[in-house]
Design a protein around this ligand. Structure first.
Ligand code: ZN
Length: 109
């Protein structure tokens, strides 16, 4: 199930089918991008959202071990003998986050 349903026209589209177009309104200081992703069928602006962010919690052990090894040279996953588990969680997490993500309408276009 790599395709997500467009909230504007209910057509399924995968993320790499999305088009891009510049934002029509002027940027607020907190907006990073001048582009918005748009549905290939109806050109409605969408973003990936939903509960996907919660799955990032599963990726934390692998991410933290990477950080601590980079900065203080200590890998706690290795110290506990759980490197494989940490990275397996990370891989599962990436797939799960995408699976549970949904397209949301971008309101401030
Ligand atoms: Zn659409």
């Amino acid at each position: 199930m790599l395709e997500k349903i467009c909230p504007w026209c209910s057509e399924p589209a995968s993320v790499n089918q999305l088009g891009r177009r510049p934002l029509q309104k002027s940027l607020k200081w907190y907006q990073f991008s001048r582009n918005v992703q748009v549905c290939p069928y109806c050109a409605g602006p969408v973003k990936l959202g939903g509960k996907a962010a919660w799955f990032m919690v599963l990726a934390l052990p692998a991410f933290l071990s990477f950080l601590t090894e980079a900065f203080i040279g200590f890998n706690f996953l290795e110290a506990m003998g759980t490197t494989t588990i940490g990275w397996a969680l990370f891989a599962i997490d990436c797939a799960a986050a995408y699976y549970f993500a949904v397209f949301e309408k971008v309101e401030n276009r």
